[in-house]
Design a protein around this ligand. Structure first.
Ligand code: GDP
Ligand code: MG
Length: 196
């Protein structure tokens, strides 16, 4: 199986607004999803690393846009997980403002990986994020996470529901994924390779 051999995964900056975005000329790939959707596991699986999750879950780095330099090849932008039940309306609005500001101002963003739990109908927050991506005309790939937790039949059924619920105008691909089974790792890597 083709693998990324990542030597350096460096946190460039944890930013909360555009004046803090790092200046560079590499392509950017951003990743977003509801908290607990499997974002850290996904990236550890894709990059063949164990330490991304650790870096990205350090206190203070969970409500920020975390820019990672991946081997001087591309910049991975970890967008904070949305949909915490605990967030107040005001905190939630701030979070969405920060995400939208990035979508609007990112110069090198090639596509967004939007992670959605394959077991459920997309949440209101998933739908809102999907609307942002289409509205700001950002190409995205939907990653259906945790497919190992459901049967083939359920996955087929849920895929239909998800496709009917989301606006897939700007969607390049919808990829069922499992970090446990390493399902479709190559498919994701091919999408990465295309922009490098
Ligand atoms: N069975 C299974 N569990 C997963 C998968 N991906 C993540 N998880 C579990 O889901 C929980 C949240 O995962 P995490 O990667 O931390 O999610 P994050 O909050 O989006 O970064 C953890 O308990 C993971 O072990 C998967 O593909 N299959
Ligand atoms: Mg995480």
């Amino acid at each position: 199986m083709f693998k990324f051999n990542i030597n350096n995964l460096d946190l460039i900056i944890s930013a909360v607004s555009k004046k803090q975005y790092p200046v560079h000329s590499m392509p950017e790939i951003a990743m977003c999803g509801r908290s607990n959707v499997g974002k850290s596991s996904f990236i550890n699986t894709i990059l063949n690393r164990k330490n991304f999750a650790r870096v990205s879950s350090k206190p203070g780095k969970t409500r920020t846009l975390n820019f990672f330099n991946v081997d001087n090849k591309f910049v991975l932008v970890d967008v904070p997980g949305y949909g915490y039940a605990k967030l107040s309306k005001n905190e939630k609005e701030k979070l969405y403002d920060m995400i939208v500001e990035y979508f609007v101002n990112s110069k090198n963003l090639k596509f967004v990986l939007h992670l959605i739990d394959s077991r459920h109908k997309p949440s209101e927050d998933d739908i809102m994020m999907n609307e942002f991506l289409n509205y700001y005309d950002i190409p995205f790939i939907v990653i259906l996470t945790k497919t190992d937790k459901i049967s083939r039949n359920e996955l087929t059924k849920n895929e239909k529901i998800i496709k009917n619920t989301l606006d897939l105008t700007n969607c390049k691909q919808l990829i069922p994924f499992s970090s446990v089974k390493k399902l479709n790792v190559e498919k994701v890597l091919n999408e990465f390779n295309e922009i490098l």
